[in-house]
Design a protein around this ligand. Sequence first.
Ligand code: SAM
Length: 319
Amino acid sequence: MDIIKCGDSRKLLKELEDRSVQCVYLDPPFNSNRNYVLTPDNKLGFKDKFDDDEYISLIEPMIREIKRVLKDDGSLFFHISADQMFIPHLLCKKYFKKMQPIFWQRSRSKNNTKTKLGACTDVIFWCSKAKSPKFNMVYQPLDEYYASNSYKNEDSRGNYALGHVVYTATQKTENEERLYEIVHNGNTYKPENGWRMSKEDLESMIEDDRIHFPKKPNANLYKKIYKHESKGKPATDYWNDIHSIAMGAEKRKYPTQKPVTLLSRIIEMSTDEGDVVLDPVAGSGTTGVAAKKLNRSFILFDISPEAVKLCKEQTSKDT
Ligand SMILES: C[S@@+](CC[C@H](N)C(=O)[O-])C[C@H]1O[C@@H](n2cnc3c(N)ncnc32)[C@H](O)[C@@H]1O
């Protein structure tokens, strides 16, 4: 069941049940000391001039309530410009156990700056109550460096990179069943820190010629990761493959509107189909559009009636 409501999120969030939401995307005013308008009548826009105390009193009550409504394995994604990251960083650290910054390069260059460096990067703090929140691997396109340096090996199927099948000393397994030995072409392999997969799975990969046997008999084995089968590179904390609305194909309907592709990646990595995604400062409803496309439910709040109208329009379109 999807919900779109107009009001101050510091109040509306109190209406939500404890531990009822899997993922929250929070993209509040950035404290950028300007006001945003899209239309000349000033209706589509919002205030972004605060002193630090006012700003804290806007976002801290939201973060506190978000922590309450998040499931134990849920995630908050707090989006902020790099030059205003310090207050959000302190507050996210105060309320959440785990925090990893994601750096989003939203543009390549700024040609109109004359007195300062062009600001091209936003930070998205990925925060959770749990050490290991729900996580689905997402992928970024292979960049040239990765493609030419990783897929150096070749067999009759094609070029492949090497993936780990044994644990390193720092990750040593405590599972006795992962301390088995494999004999292949007269060589015995029994890594002292254990295998990352069951004996059955490893044997079936050997059978299918998907395990790389180095020339040295005592060296570690690796799994073959073929270039032609690759979904891309496992995502890093540096996202430079998603364009801002200004540079991409999407039409801007709202100032500071974020691209659907950005929200899709966030939702895919932190939720499964049917989970609930919440955006307490929804603007044009990008989070709702991405959630709907990915078969997740959404809850959108915004204090501006015009933004809420836009959220309804955007999320009612066919995806
Ligand atoms: C940066 S914009 C969000 C843009 C949005 N992510 C998008 O893609 O369109 C921030 C939004 O926060 C809303 N806002 C500011 N204070 C709020 C509050 N106390 N409660 C709810 N919404 C608020 C503003 O009206 C504005 O639409």
